[in-house]
Design a binder for this molecule. Structure first.
Ligand SMILES: *Cc1c(COP(=O)(O)O)cnc(C)c1O
Ligand code: SF4
Length: 311
């Protein structure tokens, strides 16, 4: 068995034989900060479930595919995805600090697609299209780039006059806050002309800690508007009380809920799916219990649609 998984089971006092683990070409990965937030002796822990490769993943499901959101069709320039008006997504890094089992990019040909040598042509494409006002750094996770490479890239983006907003999609401040970029990155942010948005990805209130608080505070003080997206996941966060607590806790850490995603139907993730009916019932309760600004938008990404589709 994977030695990291073995260590994890030891740390959490779990019997690996009882977990139904499988070998996967998208191997187990989680940072110590995330593991610290998992309860010991709880095989059903909602954080643990997000990272354990289990047998259910090997079931082939005919309605689940390898590229459910059509990303491969939407990137004529390597590393660049231009699906929506006014904004482009630049895949800045092929890596993440965690391997989320439900991830729609688990089958994406990352290494071939995402490489710093593609950046110049991606930046030329952006510079040549004045309708692009916002550049979204995504991945993988852009925060897995070294801080120097990250700041170099952002400074290049900043020289393109028609770009007004830089958005960073990252899970690092939630799942590995102690390694999130701070020094050079914050220096850049404090003096940048760009509007700055950071969309973090937190699915469960247990993912938030003093460490995430510290990290998020630093970004907020440097001028980032902080938003959160979650994925609705069976057995992880598909409960009213959990989603309500998540919104309140995010707000206490300076983050507003943005999207609650219906799962992308990626092969290997079928066991995480929540029915649309159940999702809508959850949303109805959230609207009744939360102030409007703490209610995320329930959306799904449909291949070929010009925006994330509200459900
Ligand atoms: C999700 C996404 C965006 C951002 O969409 P918003 O609705 O603005 O958050 C942009 N480009 C791509 C390719 C996306 O998948
Ligand atoms: S951090 Fe995001 S991109 Fe990376 S595995 Fe998790 S969901 Fe996928």
């Amino acid at each position: 068995m994977d030695t990291k998984l073995k260590q994890l089971c030891q740390t959490l006092q779990l019997d690996p034989a009882s977990l139904g683990l499988v070998k996967s070409n998208f191997p187990f990965k989680a940072h110590a900060d995330f593991i610290e937030q998992i309860e010991t002796g709880q095989p059903d822990d909602p954080l643990l479930k997000q990272v354990l490769p289990i047998e259910a993943e090997s079931q082939v499901h005919p309605e689940f595919s390898h590229d459910p959101v059509g990303d491969l069709k939407a990137n004529p320039t390597p590393s660049l995805i231009h699906k929506y008006h006014g904004r482009v997504l630049l895949m800045a890094s092929p890596r993440c600090d965690i391997h989320c089992r439900y991830c729609f990019r688990r089958h994406f040909p990352y290494e071939a697609q995402i490489n710093q040598r593609h950046w110049d042509s991606a930046l030329q494409t952006i510079a040549a299209d004045e309708t692009i006002h916002e550049v979204i750094l995504s991945g993988g996770d852009p925060f897995t780039l070294g801080e120097t490479a990250l700041v170099t890239l952002i400074e290049k983006i900043e020289t393109i006059k028609h770009v007004q907003t830089l958005r960073i999609h990252t899970r690092t401040p939630i799942v590995a806050p102690s390694k999130a970029p701070i020094d050079a990155f914050l220096n850049w942010a404090q003096q940048s002309r760009l509007n700055k948005v950071m969309v973090v990805h937190c699915n469960h209130p247990h993912e938030l800690s003093n460490k995430t608080q510290y990290c998020l505070n630093a970004y907020r003080q440097a001028g980032f508007q902080l938003l959160n997206q979650s994925v609705l996941l069976n057995g992880v966060n598909d409960r009213e009380d959990i989603l309500i607590e998540l919104s309140h806790k995010l707000f206490a850490q300076g983050v507003l809920p943005y999207y609650l995603h219906q799962l992308d139907r990626v092969q290997g993730a079928a066991h995480f799916e929540v029915t649309l009916q159940r999702a809508q019932a959850l949303m109805e309760t959230l609207r009744k219990q939360l102030p409007g600004y703490l209610v995320p938008k329930l959306v799904q990404e449909m291949a070929g649609e010009p925006y994330k589709t509200p459900l």
